[in-house]
Design a protein around this ligand. Structure first.
Ligand SMILES: C[S@@+](CC[C@H](N)C(=O)[O-])C[C@H]1O[C@@H](n2cnc3c(N)ncnc32)[C@H](O)[C@@H]1O
Length: 262
């Protein structure tokens, strides 16, 4: 697994990805929890929580939140952001391949294709096993993965170049660009990530290579069968209940909702 340097700069990350409709994503998260969970437990774990966008939104809605990330800078940033608005989630530095939960959860979430950083089968199975151990029976694991079409010859599902600003900071982003052909043996695809940050008079450029694991829907089901703790209860193509995972343009992610077996 390759770790991007940009994840050590949470403010730039937070600005770059502020275009997302986090309230809408959290509506979907809440809906899946209410509809699919078979537990009364409402403690939520945000796996690889980044700059804390979902922690803030779900915390404001009254949920007690726990979260971890491999980047200490992300954890510091999220902790400060939460403190400023009177929230005090439990946040810590940890690795999703081998994390130690700090409670028993009714739901875990893993957003913005971070799951695709689990590059080999052992890591994927170990991760699913850890999450299963951390959830109450009947608890939910919601994962936002790349739509499988992103790895095919068809056009990618999401914009790969955009610009966002906050105050005097502007971040111009190119994500997943110049993809190499997927390695047919490892199923790892390399591509590039570039952030050009302008802060007043100062310009900084982050340019690096990213590695993402191609995870296909049929294969994911086999992982679930092999690991054994979960059943798949929903497969959506967007953060809308009425949008199934399919090949339409409106289906641009693979959002899988798993339930830990009772
Ligand atoms: C694409 S960002 C998503 C962040 C957040 N979930 C969101 O929706 O904004 C990926 C995050 O995964 C974290 N990360 C990468 N590898 C990780 C690992 N092995 N364990 C935990 N966090 C990891 C990075 O530090 C980064 O914050």
């Amino acid at each position: 697994m390759k770790f991007l340097n940009i994840y050590h700069f949470p403010l730039y990350y937070d600005i770059a990805f502020q275009y997302r409709d986090i309230p809408l994503e959290c509506d979907f998260i809440e809906l899946m929890l209410e509809k699919q969970a078979k537990t009364e437990n409402r403690l939520i774990l945000d796996i690889a929580c980044g700059s804390g966008m979902h922690i803030v939104e779900l915390g404001r809605r009254g949920y007690t939140m726990h979260g971890f990330d491999l980047s200490p800078e992300m954890i510091d940033f999220s902790t400060k952001k939460c403190k400023e608005i009177g929230l005090s989630p439990l946040l810590w530095v940890d690795d999703m391949r081998n994390f130690t939960p700090r409670g028993s959860y009714g739901m875990a979430i893993n957003m913005l294709t971070t799951f695709n950083y689990l590059t080999d089968n052992d890591d994927i199975v170990a991760h699913l096993r850890r999450v299963a151990e951390a959830l109450s029976p009947g608890g939910i694991y919601l994962i936002e993965l790349h739509h499988p079409r992103d790895f095919s010859d068809l056009s990618a599902s999401v914009a790969q170049e955009w610009m966002e600003s906050r105050g005097d900071i502007t971040v111009e982003c190119s994500f997943d660009y110049q993809p190499e052909a997927t390695d047919p043996i490892t199923q790892i695809r390399r591509n590039k990530v570039r952030f050009e940050v302008t802060e007043g008079e100062v310009k900084k450029v982050f340019e690096e290579e990213q590695e993402v694991r191609v995870v296909l829907f049929q294969e994911f089901n086999l992982f679930l069968e092999f690991e054994g703790s979960f059943e798949l209860v929903a497969a959506n193509g967007a953060f809308r209940e009425e949008q199934p995972l399919d090949n339409s343009e409106d289906s641009w992610r693979m959002i899988l909702t798993l339930r830990k077996k009772l």
